[in-house]
Design a protein around this ligand. Structure first.
Ligand code: SF4
Ligand code: SF4
Length: 424
């Protein structure tokens, strides 16, 4: 039995579940939240403010969407989601201007908000300061209020275990919609308490939310790039509400995940794209396992959104309490090396058990890069070179079409968001 360094007490997954205790072995203790060099965080956000990949990586996003749309069932799921989701996204965009419908009592409303959030089905809720460093440059002017309510909604267990699959894609998008509707309800509740509430739709992100969730004590960043929450690990979809309500902040927590991921490494070993880093690096002032985006997106585009890193994570599958208790008792990672945890099926390629991996040739990872206008110009130059330097009217016409299309697309962003937005 390993020596326990500290214990974390968390509320149960639903309102009726009892609270529970997660033991954190001493050898896994690092810092609450994530190791941070605040001066570097400040410098990077000032000099290189973050921007949504819907803009910076628009070219590969368009490319990936085209591939997904070539898959009949994926195309239908996407179309259906966009149709059902549009009103939720549009309603959320307007919430910041909605006036409160009552006079505030002047009392701290943290507990009332948390209770209502859990009644609406959120499995994690925490509060912290709204941090502009983690809002996209293009969304800075939109965010109005100083406090943030961080919210996580559970994604159903069974379909998640079939990732990558059509069932998992259906539950992925339906969870976003259920969560989006619950978020609007919670916003209304805050208005009724006498305060303003701006709902950040989970499909219209204002930033990479994970740093604020970590600050609110709702988990730690896993090696997979997802937030690992105590109740359901990465098997949840996250969203936020910013508010001017009278609230008290939560504190970041050391769940032992920062060190545990270096021992576990299951997602790193099982990622079909070899897109996850074994070692941590310092990136924009925090220490983390960085994702090789260029090795992830081609797999996501062709294999039903991939998500193997979510499927094979023991915290997702067995829960943080069980995984930490097992590690404390045995020094082993629960489920590691088993088909139950590590096995997955790739459409058209078959089943891959522990130690077996799909193989792709180098060309598989070729994809457009940069924003759509940069990519249009790169393609224009390439074709001009191929034509021996001759720039025909057709070439200029094609370039013009591409740029116009790119500019039009980058102003409207209502399509389904994929996990890449969670990575920073
Ligand atoms: S989504 Fe797939 S390819 Fe991307 S990091 Fe996860 S396991 Fe790897
Ligand atoms: S699979 Fe293991 S290494 Fe990867 S995020 Fe989950 S706990 Fe961390």
């Amino acid at each position: 039995m390993l020596k326990i360094g500290h214990e974390v007490v968390r509320p149960g997954k639903t309102q009726s579940d009892a609270s529970y205790t997660i033991p954190v072995p001493e050898e896994l203790e690092t810092v609450p939240g994530i190791p941070t060099n605040q001066r570097e965080v400040d410098w990077y956000s000032r000099e290189y403010p973050i921007e949504t990949m819907n803009i910076t990586e628009r070219a590969s996003r368009d490319w990936a969407n085209k591939i997904r749309d070539g898959h009949a069932e994926m195309r239908e799921i996407r179309k259906e989601h966009d149709k059902l989701n549009r009103n939720l996204v549009m309603a959320a965009r307007l919430t910041g201007d909605v006036e409160p419908t009552a006079e505030p009592s002047g009392q701290d409303v943290t507990e009332a908000i948390k209770e209502k959030a859990r009644e609406l089905g959120f499995c994690e809720v925490g509060l912290t300061a709204s941090d502009r460093k983690y809002y996209f440059a293009s969304k800075q002017d939109w965010v109005k209020f100083p406090h943030v309510i961080c919210l996580a909604y559970e994604q159903d267990y069974e379909p998640t275990q079939t990732i990558p699959s059509i069932d998992a894609e259906i539950v992925h998008s339906s969870t976003y919609r259920t969560e989006g509707a619950a978020g609007l309800e919670l916003g209304k509740f805050i208005n009724e308490l006498g305060y303003r509430a701006q709902v950040h739709s989970p499909n219209d992100n204002t930033g990479p939310y994970i740093p604020m969730f970590v600050a609110a004590g709702l988990g730690q960043l896993g090696a997979c790039g997802y937030l690992l929450t105590p109740n359901v690990g990465s098997r949840c979809r996250i969203m936020m509400i910013t508010t001017d309500a009278d609230v008290t902040y939560d504190e970041p927590v050391d769940y032992g995940i920062h060190a545990f991921c270096q021992v576990c490494q299951v997602c790193v070993n099982r990622c079909p794209g070899r897109a996850l880093m074994r070692d941590k690096i310092w990136w924009r002032g925090i220490e983390k396992n960085k994702l090789y985006f260029k090795r992830c997106r081609p797999v996501m585009a062709r294999y039903l959104g991939c998500g193997v890193c979510m499927k094979v994570c023991p915290i997702q599958k067995y829960g943080m309490k069980n995984v930490m208790e097992h590690y404390a008792e045995t020094g082993q990672v629960l489920g590691k090396g088993t088909h139950d945890l590590e096995g997955y099926e790739m459409e058209g390629m078959g089943y891959f058990g522990p130690g077996e991996m799909p193989q792709f040739d180098a060309g598989f990872f070729d994809m457009p890069h940069g924003d759509a206008t940069e990519w249009a110009f790169d393609e224009f130059k390439k074709k001009a070179q191929e034509a021996g330097g001759e720039i025909s009217d057709t070439l200029i016409g094609d370039f013009k079409d591409e740029v116009q299309r790119a500019l039009g697309l980058s102003t409207d962003n209502l399509e389904m968001m994929y996990e890449e937005e969670d990575y920073i």
